[in-house]
Write a protein that binds this ligand. Structure first.
Ligand code: ZN
Length: 94
C-alpha cells in the first residue's frame, strides 16, 4: 500500500485542474474531519542547542482539524508534533 502523498502539488509547472480535484479523494483527519485551519505551536530551544547560545522560541506552523482540534499524522511526516497535539483514531476503530 502506498501512503506517500506528494506535497509538491503547488510546485511551479504542476497544473491542478478542476477535473483532477473532482476525481481526487479528500484528505481526512483520523477522526474523519475534513476541514483544517492553520495554527502555531512553539518550541523553546535550550541555550545548549540554540544557534544563538540563548534560549529561543521557535514557532512551528501546523494544520489542525476543525473537528477534533488535533494534527492528523499526514501533516506530521517529520514527527515533530508533540503527542498531545496528534490526532488519534477513535478507540472503537482500533
Ligand atoms: Zn480530527
Amino acid at each position: 500500500m502506498n501512503n506517500e502523498i506528494n506535497q509538491n502539488a503547488n510546485a511551479p509547472g504542476f497544473q491542478v485542474t478542476n477535473d483532477m480535484i473532482r476525481n481526487s479523494k479528500t484528505l481526512t483527519c483520523e477522526c474523519g474531519g475534513m476541514l483544517f485551519k492553520e495554527a502555531l505551536f512553539f518550541k523553546i530551544l535550550s541555550p545548549l542547542i540554540s544557534p544563538s547560545g540563548k534560549e529561543e522560541i521557535a514557532p512551528m506552523q501546523v494544520f489542525v482539524c476543525e473537528n477534533c482540534g488535533k494534527v492528523p499524522s499526514v501533516f506530521d511526516k517529520l514527527e515533530m508534533v508533540p503527542n498531545e497535539l496528534k490526532a488519534k483514531k477513535p478507540a472503537w476503530t482500533k
